[in-house]
Each structure stands twice: as structure tokens, then as C-alpha cells.
Write a protein that binds this ligand. Structure first.
Ligand SMILES: Nc1ncnc2c1ncn2[C@@H]1O[C@H](COP(=O)(O)OP(=O)(O)OP(=O)(O)O)[C@@H](O)[C@H]1O
Ligand SMILES: [Mg+2]
Length: 244
């Protein structure tokens, strides 16, 4: 579902590159984890994949389409849940979702039904007509995910979907991701919760300083590194020093 080759990116006025020749690939129909310490380059990579940030060099293929020539096709096939909440705070959940669904050209009857079903599935039906700014952190995260699902993307990319949410919201979100995968979709997600990634992901890539450190099945990585958890593998390979 994803092939990244020799990706380089230095932001304007930045002293250091954010991506320094990142190469990695993930197969189709899996839940893949993109892991790494703060500043490793996860969000930059996701921003490049969805066309928000332009790489300096390197190539990206998403679901068989080359980013350089097929961005419009790619945009139709992927859904991206950004790290920061991308909803209008003064609009209600329904108003936000209707607006986003219309941008995707979804017919109004189908859209209304989808929004109703997803708000129910994500436990937000009672707050459907409440402004987003009055939502709790967990509710905002759940609404943010629905916004990326309305066009039924083949590949769902989520940047820290479980950051700052309570155990109940997190369990709900993870159960949904597993269900979405079972329906035949591919998922790439980032998280700092390595126990969560270990349970959820079929494959993980650990990146640091804009480069791939290691990629593989969590169980294989644990065996290869004589570790009993993915967190041990992560610390062993990325070290203990702070990144900021
Ligand atoms: N718009 C920007 N301008 C300049 N530097 C940036 C910009 N966005 C990110 N960076 C820098 O690029 C590097 C990678 O950042 P990125 O946000 O991709 O990391 P990340 O792995 O997503 O980190 P986190 O886990 O904290 O979300 C960091 O050093 C960051 O400071
Ligand atoms: Mg990030």
C-alpha cells in the first residue's frame, strides 16, 4: 500500500533535515505502525504522502499510484486523520461532517445516513448538534476520525489517533480500526503507546532522525532483539536520549 524511497525533506529555515533518505514499504491490507521518538519525521512523512508538504527529493507510491503524477487519484483513495483536530470549533459535529462530505461530492441522502451511522458507532449521537468547541478531547478525536471516513477510503492514515484520550475512547477507537481492517481496508497509524502498537499492528516501522531504523512484525522484532516488548526494542534501537 505504501512504497517510500530515499525521501529527503528540509523545511525552509530549518537547521536540520526532517527526513534524510527515508525508505520503507508496507504491504496491502494490514494495520501498519509508523513509530519513532518526537521529531523523528512521522508527521512530515504523512504530510508528504497526502500532498500537504512537498519532499525535496525521493519517491512515494501509494496504492500503486506515484505521488508525482497521481496525487488526485491518491486523495480519493486515502483518508487522513491529522495529529491536530481539523474541525471547525464553532460548528456542530453534523455541520462539520456535512461540509466535509459535500467536499467529497457525497450525495446528501447518503451523506446524512453515513453521518448518522458513524456518530452512533463512535458514541457521539447525543452530541451530534453540539459545537465541537464544547466537546471533550476524546470526543474531538472521535469526530476527527469520522471526518476522514465519509468517503470510505481504501487506506486510512491516522496520526496519533489515541493521543490524550481516556481508556474508554481509546478502546473504542482501536476496536473500530480492527473492524475497519477486517472489512478489507489498509491502515497506517502513528502512536507513542508502544504496547498499543504491539497489539494492534501487523507490521511496524521505527524511524528516527528522518531515517528508517528497523521494520518488521512486532513479534519478529522482539525475537531478533531478545526483547519481551516492542518498547524494549524501541529503546534498544533509538536510545534513551531526549529528542528536544
Ligand atoms: N513546518 C515545519 N517547519 C520547520 N520544521 C518542522 C516543521 N514541521 C516539523 N518540523 C521539524 O521536523 C522534524 C520532524 O517533525 P515531525 O513533526 O515530522 O516529527 P514527528 O515524528 O511527527 O514528531 P511527534 O512525535 O512529536 O509528533 C522535527 O525536528 C520538527 O521540529
Ligand atoms: Mg507528529
Amino acid at each position: 500500500m505504501l512504497e517510500i524511497s530515499h525521501l529527503h525533506k528540509t523545511y525552509r529555515n530549518a537547521a536540520e533535515p526532517s527526513l534524510s533518505g527515508l525508505s520503507l514499504s508496507f504491504g496491502k491490507n494490514i494495520i501498519a505502525g509508523l513509530l519513532g521518538p518526537n521529531g523523528a519525521g512521522k508527521t512530515t512523512t504523512i504530510s508528504i504522502i497526502c500532498g500537504l508538504v512537498k519532499a525535496d527529493s525521493g519517491s512515494v507510491k501509494v496504492l500503486g499510484y506515484d505521488l508525482a503524477t497521481g496525487l488526485e487519484e491518491i486523495k480519493k483513495l486515502i483518508g487522513v486523520v491529522p495529529q491536530s483536530i481539523a474541525l471547525y470549533p464553532t460548528l456542530t459535529a453534523v455541520e462539520n461532517l456535512e461540509y466535509i462530505g459535500k467536499l467529497y461530492g457525497i450525495g446528501s441522502r447518503e451523506l446524512k445516513e453515513k453521518i448518522r451511522l458513524y456518530l452512533h458507532a463512535f458514541g457521539l449521537e447525543k452530541s451530534a448538534h453540539k459545537a465541537i468547541r464544547h466537546y471533550s478531547g476524546g470526543m474531538k478525536r472521535r469526530a476527527n476520525i469520522i471526518a476522514s471516513l465519509l468517503h470510505a477510503p481504501e487506506l486510512l492514515i491516522l496520526d496519533e489517533p489515541t493521543a490524550g484520550v481516556d481508556v474508554q475512547s481509546r478502546n473504542m477507537i482501536l476496536a473500530f480500526l480492527q473492524d475497519y481492517h477486517r472489512q478489507g481496508h489498509s491502515i497506517i497509524y502513528t502512536s507513542h503507546l508502544l504496547e498499543e502498537a504491539q497489539q494492534l499492528c501487523h507490521e511496524v516501522a521505527i524511524i528516527d532522525h528522518g531515517q528508517l531504523v528497523v521494520k518488521g512484525k512486532p513479534s519478529n522484532l522482539m525475537t531478533e532483539n531478545s526483547a519481551t516488548s516492542l518498547e524494549q526494542v524501541f529503546l534498544h534501537l533509538t536510545g534513551y536520549s531526549l529528542r528536544d
